[in-house]
Write a protein that binds this ligand. Structure first.
Ligand SMILES: *Cc1c(COP(=O)(O)O)cnc(C)c1O
Length: 378
């Protein structure tokens, strides 16, 4: 193999991911296939039968994501209508009454909200924080360990390899929510996880215009269980969303590189402000998560979190932003920010801001935040 064939870089892989070989008079990325059913004479044979089971537009996106999450090693990806569709399909397809699941106590709040439903079904749920690999102490007898690193919204990081090895020794499966990092920031399957699960709504698709989720695994029997769950629950992506997400993958490396650089510049500017406390970003050299993050991540994501003195101060800051819009979610090409405590449910101070940098010029983002902080301080 040539050097090019053996080791294409991240931009090359994301530009070409899942695209079919060039064929005369065919498009580079075939358009979305809209079909509830496919012509199916005689006995039931694949690949395409009914639109809730399979769709060629999903197949291309799934191959693309597999090539990013698991380059060089065969893996199967299943696309879902949302990140929560993907997360709940892993949990509910893999655990049974009597099993124990270990969840992060500080993960995305909709994931944590599944605790009650799991318990109603006879599943025990143990919670432990992401920081300090605290989930290690909760693994005995567990069936599944759920990891979210970096965590949303607190941006704590845990050691995936260490937790996965301990979980496997305890007989548990390991799923990692890879939403914040994206597969260009971190590859959970290479670090020992059984499932890499994510919301494609955020940085993966990156334009703030669609919802999507996915599950990637190298183990065919695990993929089969998740596939069956998707089919029976019907949490399937629309072909248009799947196609838009695939189209967006071509710029994934460009976007996440710019976002990571912008996030560092913003974090550095925030560190110079006396009214701003607890600036967190895994790429910051003195962040508590930095050493574990550098050992397992190659890019640190678009999110910077920090705390303003109180709710009123934070609200004034948000209302003074000119370039940055107030919105939930993160990872979009446009900078967004929100006061996270407005939702309830996260253990964060009233003045806690989750800021997602876009791909604007860093100087403009920093200038916008600086003028809004100045105005909010008056
Ligand atoms: C947004 C998010 C989800 C849920 O994804 P949806 O696409 O909104 O369903 C799951 N995990 C994390 C870490 C998230 O940020």
């Amino acid at each position: 193999m040539t050097e090019y064939e053996s080791r294409p870089g991240d931009s090359t892989r994301s530009v070409h991911a899942g695209r079919p070989p060039a064929r005369a008079h065919e498009p580079a990325l075939p358009g979305p296939v809209f079909a509830a059913h496919f012509h199916l004479p005689g006995d039931v044979t694949g690949p395409y039968t009914y639109g809730r089971d399979e769709n060629p537009t999903w197949t291309r996106l799934e191959e693309a994501i597999s090539s990013l999450e698991s380059p060089g090693t065969p893996a199967e990806t299943l696309a879902f209508s949302s990140g929560m569709g993907a997360i709940s399909s892993v949990l509910f397809s893999q655990v049974r009454s009597g099993d124990t699941v270990v969840l992060p106590s500080d993960c995305y709040q909709a994931t944590r909200s599944l605790q009650g439903r799991l318990e109603d079904y006879g599943v025990s749920v143990r919670l432990a924080p992401t920081a300090g690999d605290a989930q290690l102490k909760a693994l005995e007898g567990a069936r599944l360990l759920w990891i979210e690193t970096p965590s949303n919204p607190g941006l704590d990081v845990c050691d995936i390899r260490r937790l996965a090895d301990a979980a496997h020794a305890a007989g548990a499966l390991v799923a990692v929510d890879n939403t914040l990092a994206t597969p260009l920031g971190q590859r959970p399957l290479d670090l020992g996880a059984d499932f890499s699960v994510a919301s494609g709504t955020k940085a993966l698709s990156g334009h703030g215009d669609l919802l999507l989720g996915y599950v990637t695994t190298r183990r065919p029997e695990l993929a089969a269980g998740v596939r069956m769950w998707r089919k029976t629950v019907g949490a399937i992506p629309g072909p248009m969303e799947a196609w838009l997400a695939h189209r967006s993958l071509s710029t994934l490396a460009l976007r996440v590189d710019r976002q990571a650089a912008n996030a560092l510049e913003l974090a550095a500017a925030l560190l110079r402000r006396p009214e701003v406390t607890d600036v967190r970003h895994p790429g910051l050299a003195d962040d508590p998560a930095h050493s574990v993050a550098t050992a397992q991540m190659t890019r640190f994501g678009s999110v910077v979190s920090f705390t303003l003195p109180d709710k009123e101060h934070a609200e004034r800051f948000l209302s003074e932003l000119l370039l940055t819009t107030e919105a939930t979610s993160f990872g979009s090409v446009t900078s967004t920010a929100e006061r996270r405590a407005r939702w309830g449910g996260d253990a964060v101070p009233e003045g806690f801001i989750r800021f997602s940098v876009g791909v604007e010029d860093a100087a403009d983002i920093v200038r916008d935040v600086t003028q809004a902080l100045d105005a909010a301080a008056r």
